[in-house]
Design a protein around this ligand. Sequence first.
Ligand code: MN
Length: 721
Amino acid sequence: MKKSNFWQTRFGFFVILVLTFAAKDLFAAYCDFNLGLSDPYQHFIMWLSPFGLAAAIISLGLYVPRPRLSYLTMLLLDLANTILLFANVVYYRQFNDFLTIKTIQNTSKVSQGLGKSTVALLKPQDILIWIDLIIIIALLAMGKLKIDQRSYGIGSAFAATNATCFMLVLNLFLAETSRPRLLVNTFDRSYVVKYLGLDTFTAYDMFKSARSSSVKKNANADELNQILTFTQQNYAQPNSAYFGKARGKNVIIIHLESFQQFLINLKVNGQEVTPFLNSIYKSKHTLAFDNFYHQVGLGRTSDAENMLETGTFGLSDGSAFTSIGSENTFQAAPQILRQRGYTSAVFHGNTGTFWNRNEVYKNLGYNYFFDANYFSNQKNDKIGYGLKDKLLFAESIKYLERMQQPFYVKYLTVTNHIPFDMDESDTDPNFKTTNTSDTTVNNYFETAHYLDQAVQESFTYLHKSGLYKNSLIIIYGDHYGLSDSDNAAVAPIIGKSADNWTNYDTVEMQKVPYMIHMSGLKGGIKHEVGGEIDALPTLLHLLGINSQQYVNFGTDLLSKQHRSAVVFRNGTIVTKKYVILSTRSKHPILYDAQNGQQLTWKSLSQAEQKRLKKLIKFELQSLHFSDMLNNRNLLRFYTPAGFVPDQPTQFDYKTNYQQMERIRKQAGDRSTALYSQNNGSTTSDYQTDASELKNRRSEIDSIDQTKLNKLNPTKSKTTQK
Ligand code: MN
């Protein structure tokens, strides 16, 4: 008897609302959102999430003294949670993403997603999101659920809020154990939703967006002028021997995930790990740099992309892509090149929301973004962070060949990503990796070897199809793959000793390859000290575009005035002569860059000390100005001469294929797409030994219309009529 009474109390009503909300919240998480839940622990953490903030919000209704009003408040708060959930479910169907404050403010986009086309996006199952509220209200109206007229103490309300806040903290704590620094480094909105639920995600997004808008409000054009003065003084003039050497060529960027310089020419068990990349490295048509460093911070892969395409650093406290990438003004490579007639695209086998790319790429000016939705999707096609590299290259051709030339395209590989897992069927039986006690190290060589083969297959196609002779190919490693914990195992393999490993050796490990390859290019292995920040001016000058008017914090690697120093995101500086750590402290730590010996500050002459102090100041200033530029979105105050800013909303990555085909057909005989020039597809030129595609050649050769229609549900529904 007591038990049945419970539901007729005010607290019982609260519990009913929380339980029913949790039920539909989890229903949506499983049926509507693709959250990539991998292990049981993640499921468990997700089940906790609705009992945190969402329940805390409903509990506020318990504080209202008058019974009727208290019930009503709880219902309204539950309704608000439900609306948020429903809006996200519908929005997700169209955009594969969650609603952010910025999206909500940007009404055109919301009406695009939630306006008249909403009906087309509804599914019968959506009734489940509303049914609980309907039943509860009906039960109240029929008197089956009675409003408990007894007074409810504020202490009891407080206890309920406390319990829900405890759940919220527990949820945050468990999420932290599964995915450290989740909120500091929000690399993907779906991760935050998966671990913390929609309410917490939305609250966090509100907080972030309020903070960044207050920073931006106080910004002004004077700050920009200060930065412009700095970068103009730092400008390095192009080298006439290279300026314009690649004018009008296609640009193909191959982003080698977690690929370190020491892999180049490395042998394990007597075999080269990456024979093909080694051959490119040594080619007389390759400009290779053996003192080139990654400079990424918390934004990792996205920081590398940011530096290579905007010429500015990533942020000190997180990923620029995720924290400011949705709203900032950029003057990035795809935009700069469009004014020279280029079309741009990214091929990437992970979901588009990862690192917020689906939003950022629009602001960078990318015409097309081919994410996981555009590629094969069987269970064995993917590992770790998405589509396997061999499949990515192979399946991209049917899109690439339909793009107008010249194009600027980027391949973001993923297979060589920690923990460097690989399916047995993808390993090369002729390649024997190391047998150290560190599995990460052993795996690393296998995935690097696989990546090498993937790149080779794509090169073979470039040659066969004829694209090779019209293209400049840039190959680079984004950041380290092995971290400090792997040093002991890897040291003997790369000719070092784990026993006297120093900070200098750790700095050496931050070297990544940077190679520029083009038929007829006068190559060579260059020893200039440089980093990712130098890539954009180097590329622009090769393409015959002067970079002076753009805000670049690096300098052309080929310029005689190239600034031969590199600063890491943590302040470490490398020059030809020194490796300098703890640059922000009073007594920076010095190493001889040539032999790795530690040096004392006192052993330097007064003049040399002064010179180094000045150098440190300059490099830190450079980081500071870059952060100021990005955090305050200062480029919105500046339009370089001849630069026409893009409208990010002009891009729609759900209809890439349809857009390319429309342009190709409109151009008719003037179409510069390879498909048009060849009078048909070139995919038959693509050969891969990927076991996954053995009996599925159509993944390479044909366009899957069902897949494309699925990407664009409203469009396909209306055209069916
Ligand atoms: Mn990466």
